[in-house]
Design a protein around this ligand. Structure first.
Ligand SMILES: NC(=O)c1ccc[n+]([C@@H]2O[C@H](COP(=O)([O-])OP(=O)(O)OC[C@H]3O[C@@H](n4cnc5c(N)ncnc54)[C@H](OP(=O)(O)O)[C@@H]3O)[C@@H](O)[C@H]2O)c1
Length: 566
């Protein structure tokens, strides 16, 4: 009998999928916090040959997931035909007014949960012929949506992670599929009210999200209509992405073809968002930059200061400020830059840095206020997902993705009253998955989905959001310990080929100041009606991946990558 683990199986899409798989003869282990609450009676499945066995487990608890998967494998003799990573929550409303603990929890469940169960199951999946990883994303993983900045960030992160996983698992015979349902009538919608003050600065967003939710609920799909696709992909239907429902199919078709700015205008109109206001051009004030001890951050600081801007250059370890100080002195712009300590993974340190910035306003008035933010701090850690230490994957997500969200969360109340610009340094890895890059791709796809969605809510307040997507450049990010993997393991050849390709790409990468200039350029005017482009790939590789995204089918992309890696 074929066996599957389905997470989030006590309700909604997970429950419908678990039941339908059982009706097709599968032995299903339903992982859920609320295990046992399913309305299904075992007798409902009598005669179909399958079963659903509930197991109470919190998918965010890695040790508990590992124990639960081990218990499943003990009963199946070590084989597992499928993992359906479905558990998810939704947080809707105003990003700035949503408590950060809830945003963190969202990522822990939607992304961390999928990672935990897949990682624990991979050895068994590899050992079982024709096995599948099925990941439930959302229409919010295919496009940006207003009032769902964090939710879309989490689903885009899942997409980037799963796309990378598809590259590395295909040669080992494990298929990966992503299902992207439009709105589905499930308990996901009950889990909380729309965050945001109905009388506050985002009142119209709160109202439009509430009205939009009501409309979406009225048109929402029945979970059973999604489970048909879920069963088909679990049973082996080919293809990476499977949008379900008209909206999801339309958004899927628009990816990569309709530019982000136009998509935003269409979605704004359909969802009755207030129109955005151009951000103030070259205002007096401070641009805060994260991760300035080296690489792009150092270059961005120097370039902004050279262009006459005041910069709060932050870094997590002030003992590493020497190279920045030297570069500023050489450029003769040290007087325009204040260096502050900020670790983007540490809320206290973020709070202290912004508290310092608040004092500038008291001392200097408008000249001291924050008018720009560059989310640049980042780390790289690569390796086959199964062999990448969980702590490393966590460090990448915490720094690149949650760090970006946390600093933006702190900056918004300071910027919103007068407007400004936010630039996120993403990556060409935010445009397409690659083998061994799953955690990093998740972090950068998450930043992309978050930034594009945030633009809806901050645009009416005169804040533009832009993404700069560099290809590979030789900076301090590439360290000898950035690469992970077992040289004797099942991914050894792939890991070695990818590491060689990475090193070659970095050698050919060119001058990192190109990226610094592209970021600094986002603060001076811009090209579209005085506004920066939403996306700005930098480097040949990045442009190629930008052009391929959503246009070249994944199967062809995978074959090209496999051929390039030999
Ligand atoms: N170089 C590339 O090929 C490339 C390509 C695409 C995108 N990117 C992105 O570009 C951005 C900058 O990277 P880079 O290439 O300039 O690398 P880099 O030279 O290593 O700079 C990264 C910066 O981030 C800082 N950082 C790391 N963790 C931090 C934390 N928890 N809090 C605050 N700062 C932290 C580092 O500080 P420490 O000095 O203390 O470590 C360093 O200042 C990253 O977001 C990266 O993902 C790089």
């Amino acid at each position: 009998m074929r066996t599957a683990i389905v997470t989030g199986a006590a309700g909604g899409i997970g429950e419908a999928t678990a039941q339908d798989l059982a009706r097709w003869g599968w032995r299903v282990f339903g992982f859920d916090l609320r295990a046992g609450e399913s309305t299904l009676l075992p007798s409902d499945l009598a005669g179909f040959g399958g079963s659903v066995e509930p197991i109470r487990v919190d998918v965010t608890d890695r040790a508990a997931v590992e124990a639960a998967v081990a218990a499943v494998l003990a009963t199946t003799g070590g084989t597992l035909d499928a993992v359906v990573a479905n558990a998810g929550i939704r947080v809707a409303g105003v990003f700035e007014e949503t408590p950060f603990a809830q945003i963190r929890r969202l990522f822990e469940v939607n992304l961390g949960g999928a990672m935990n169960v897949t990682r624990a199951a991979l050895p068994a999946l590899r050992a079982t012929e024709g096995s599948r990883v099925v990941v439930v994303s959302s229409v919010g993983g295919l496009s940006a949506l207003p009032g769902l900045a964090a939710y879309c960030g989490s689903k885009w992160a899942v997409e980037g992670w799963a796309e990378s996983l598809a590259h590395e698992l295909h040669p080992l015979g494990v298929g990966v599929a992503i299902v992207e349902p439009a709105s589905v009538r499930t308990g996901l919608w009950d889990l909380g009210a729309v965050h945001g003050d109905p009388d506050g600065p985002y009142a119209s967003l709160v109202e439009s999200v509430e009205v939009g939710d009501d409309r979406a609920w009225a048109r929402a799909l029945d979970p059973a209509s999604v489970s048909a696709t879920m069963v088909a992909v679990t049973e082996g239907r080919r293809g990476l992405r499977h949008p379900v429902g008209l909206t999801a199919r339309a958004r899927f078709a628009a990816r990569g073809i309709v530019p982000a700015g136009i998509q935003r205008r269409i979605i704004s109109r359909l969802t009755h968002q207030p129109s955005s206001v151009a951000s103030p051009r070259n205002p007096e004030g401070v641009i805060m930059v994260t991760g300035c001890s080296s690489g792009f951050g150092l270059g961005i600081t120097v370039e902004l200061a050279r262009r006459g801007r005041r910069v709060a250059a932050t870094m997590r370890d002030l003992s590493r400020r020497g190279p920045l100080d030297a570069a500023l002195a050489e450029a003769g712009v040290a007087d325009r830059v204040e260096v502050l300590r900020m670790d983007v993974t540490d809320p206290a340190s973020i709070g202290e840095a912004f508290a310092r910035a608040d004092r500038w306003v008291e001392l200097a008035g408008d000249v001291g206020r924050i008018v720009g933010l560059v989310n640049n701090a980042g780390v790289v850690s690569v390796g086959p997902f199964e062999e990448l230490p969980p702590a490393e994957a966590g460090r990448v997500i915490e720094t690149n993705l949650l760090g970006t969200l946390a600093v933006t969360h702190a900056a918004l109340p300071r910027m919103r009253p007068h407007g400004g610009r936010i630039v996120c340094v993403s990556s060409s890895s935010g445009l397409g998955g690659l083998p061994t890059w799953s955690a990093y791709a998740a972090s950068k796809w998450g930043v992309e989905g978050f930034a594009e969605s945030l633009a809806f809510e901050v645009g009416p307040h005169g804040i533009d959001v832009a993404l700069v997507e560099p290809g590979a450049f030789s900076t301090g990010i590439w360290r000898d310990d950035s690469w992970h993997g077992d040289p004797g393991g099942p991914y050894a050849a792939l890991t070695e080929a990818m590491a060689d390709a990475d090193r070659r790409a970095v050698e050919l990468g060119g001058d990192p100041m190109v990226v610094a200039r592209a970021v600094a350029g986002c603060f001076s005017g811009g090209l579209v009606g005085g506004r920066p482009w939403t996306r700005r790939p930098v480097g040949r590789g990045a442009w190629l991946r930008w052009a391929a995204r959503g246009v070249v089918p994944f199967g062809i992309q995978r074959r090209i990558v496999a051929r390039m890696l030999g």
